[in-house]
Design a protein around this ligand. Structure first.
Ligand SMILES: [Zn+2]
Length: 201
């Protein structure tokens, strides 16, 4: 009797499970409660969020590291599924990140990109661009009222770890702003160029 009680307590103690924007019970039963239903209708969560949340709940026994993580949301870029976890979760998920990405990509039918939620787009973009570095970032206000994020990246476009198109799409979907990237050669390289020019004179 006591064991059954403990089992029930375990099943419903949400602090031991991956946190998702949908109730754990809804994900297990396949039926949304009125609160989650309202979130879906208002657009606070999407069908994709529910699909990914369900998937994560189903694989968390295989990946116990997920149980301390928070799934924030998922975004479909067309070619990829971006899965955003809470701040600090990537370090926690690090030992299983490759395997988790593979499993999730398989189930969703397209490659997944796993990211950590950052209120500052600079940190998120820097994670995506690593080892390239952002040397400057500013927000430009376009006369039509929209914003454009302009970043200057030290390095060559050739060395971008992901395609520029995906990068644009991620920033657009997560921050609602368009992105402009200017590439500039690293400082050491520029000095080298200058020196060579001076020598030839
Ligand atoms: Zn619910």
């Amino acid at each position: 009797m006591r064991n059954a009680y403990l089992l029930l307590q375990y099943m419903f103690s949400e602090d031991k499970l991956v946190y998702t924007p949908v109730c754990y019970f809804d994900l297990k039963s396949g039926i949304l409660c009125p609160r989650c239903e309202a979130k879906l209708r208002s657009g606070e969560i999407s069908e994709l969020d529910i699909e990914v949340a369900k998937l994560l709940v189903n694989v968390e026994s295989k990946f116990p590291q997920l149980q301390k993580a928070s799934f924030i949301r998922a975004v479909d870029t067309g070619e990829h599924t971006i899965i955003v976890f809470g701040q600090g979760d990537l370090a926690r998920l690090n030992p299983i990140l490759g395997e988790l990405r593979r499993v999730v990509s398989d189930k969703l039918g397209k490659p997944a990109i796993i990211l950590e939620n950052q209120s500052d787009p600079r940190m998120l973009i820097e994670d995506l661009l690593s080892p390239l570095r952002i040397v400057a970032m500013n927000t430009l206000w376009i006369p039509d009222g929209t914003r454009e994020l302009h970043i200057i990246v030290s390095g060559s476009k050739r060395n971008l770890p992901i395609s520029e198109k995906i990068l644009h799409s991620i920033v657009e979907k997560l921050y609602g702003t368009s992105l402009r990237i200017t590439f500039e050669p690293p400082i050491e390289q520029r000095r080298g160029v200058k020196r060579r020019i001076q020598k030839t004179r």
